[in-house]
Write a protein that binds this ligand. Structure first.
Ligand SMILES: [Zn+2]
Ligand SMILES: [Zn+2]
Length: 425
């Protein structure tokens, strides 16, 4: 956009700069120019009275399925969903088909993202070739092409020697290694949390120890290398305890949590509804409580969706064979309001910090605040607006969402990307 855009009278929340006050935000030519009481004639004014004006939301964990599974999601459909949900930046996971494992793949994702002109689309690269956990992918070239981190998401890197090599290699590029913590030594083939419910339902279980064992191992490797490490979608009380210890030691370790691990638990699987089949699985009520406590303490660094779209025909398979994943991008903000603001675990500035400034720091992008001179990405939220989740209205191509029909509060009114209004409700 060229020109001036003034957002007036909103509750401006910019946690990185300690701002939470009723004031105005001025955007000039794609960049933030000023935050404060602003009287001036401009090209366009948005009245944000009664609304929250926040830095654009950032989701550092989404699956847009392109290339390879475009019938489930594309960068275009995923980006449209993202911007409607208030996300001005997303980070795609590299477990596409084929995986994102070289500079050309990274450039492909970025180009598609730019062409779509919705949200900023970033990608992580695979840690290992074909995500097989054996040989390191070309991380250096991918960093040069703009990859914002590395993960074999969907798989954990099983071999400790390979993981150690990945961390040492990453140290050369000041990037982050993200891990889907799951030690396959505990046995593959599980489809839900291992415990009372899996026994009653007669389904093979996934032990929380598989997550904790890999996280514990990785913490030892990080202590040795001091390289930035991010634990994806932590889901157990034991994982929280490990993160708490690592943070006490001031190791360069961050972690993220998803809405489903805060709002749902293992008994949701009791009807064999595959919309509750997700990896890591929905855990015990005490795990849910531990995650909430971790957020209250401030040891969780980012709230993400792990938006994982799948075809209805696949999710209609029986629980044993259906794919893992929940498509939640388009109701994410309302879900987080329900999980964290309504019970008083976080206030609005606290929530926004975990969806903007802190995730931006993890992936090393100069975003997540309304600071002068930064690219003008803004999300305007009506904190009181109530709505019912309707999967049929999703811009996402997929409908595998267990929140259909839920009543939520906190709705995105407008999404501004680079000074341009890209979504209006
Ligand atoms: Zn994962
Ligand atoms: Zn994922």
């Amino acid at each position: 956009m060229n020109g001036e855009l003034l957002i007036k009278n909103g509750r401006v929340i910019d946690p990185a700069n300690g701002v939470d006050e009723k004031c105005d935000v001025l955007i000039v030519d794609e960049l933030f120019a000023e935050v404060g009481k602003i009287e001036r004639k401009v090209d366009k004014v948005i009245d944000a009275a009664g609304k929250i004006v926040a830095p654009g939301l950032i989701d550092i964990h989404v699956h847009f399925r392109e290339p390879g599974d475009e019938e489930e999601e594309t960068i275009a459909s995923g980006s449209a969903a993202a911007v409607a949900a208030g996300f001005t930046s997303v980070v795609c996971m590299p477990n596409t088909n084929p995986p994102i494992e070289n500079e050309t793949d990274v450039e492909y994702i970025h180009r598609k993202g730019r062409q779509t002109r919705k949200t900023h689309v970033y990608t992580m690269g695979a840690i290992t070739k074909k995500r097989q956990g054996v040989e390191l992918a070309e991380m250096g070239f991918m960093v040069e092409a703009g990859a914002v981190g590395f993960t074999d998401d969907g798989n954990g890197v099983q071999d400790p020697a390979v993981m150690l090599r990945a961390l040492k290699y990453a140290a050369m590029f000041d990037t982050v290694i993200s891990q889907h913590c799951q030690d396959d030594g505990f046995g593959g083939g599980g489809v839900m949390n291992a415990g009372y419910y899996s026994t009653v339902l007669g389904l093979p279980g996934m032990d929380g120890l598989a997550e904790e064992a890999m996280l514990w191992r990785d913490i030892q490797l990080v202590r040795k290398t001091n390289v930035r490490y991010h634990a994806q979608h932590i889901s157990t009380a034991g994982a929280v305890e490990l993160i708490r210890g690592a943070k006490k030691e001031s190791l360069p370790i961050t972690c993220e949590v998803t809405p489903h691990h805060l709002l749902l638990s293992e008994e949701c699987c009791a009807e064999y509804d595959t919309n509750y089949k997700v990896n890591p699985p929905l855990r015990r009520a005490e795990d849910v409580e531990a995650l909430k406590e971790a957020i209250r303490e401030g040891i969780v660094d980012a709230l993400v969706t792990d938006h994982a779209p799948h075809l209805q025909s696949e999710k209609e398979l029986e629980f044993l064979t259906a794919p893992f994943g929940i498509a939640s991008l388009e109701c994410a903000l309302g879900l987080y309001v329900k999980a964290l603001i309504e019970p008083g675990i976080l206030d609005w500035p606290g929530l926004i910090e975990l969806m903007t400034a802190r995730p931006a720091r993890i992936i090393g992008v100069n975003k997540g605040t309304l600071g002068k001179g930064k690219q003008a990405d803004v999300t305007i939220i009506d904190p009181e607006a109530e709505y019912t989740v309707d999967v049929n209205s999703f811009r996402s191509k997929s409908r595998n969402c267990p929140y259909d029909g839920w009543e939520l509060k906190g709705r995105v009114e407008k999404t501004i990307v680079g000074g341009e209004i890209r979504f209006e409700s």
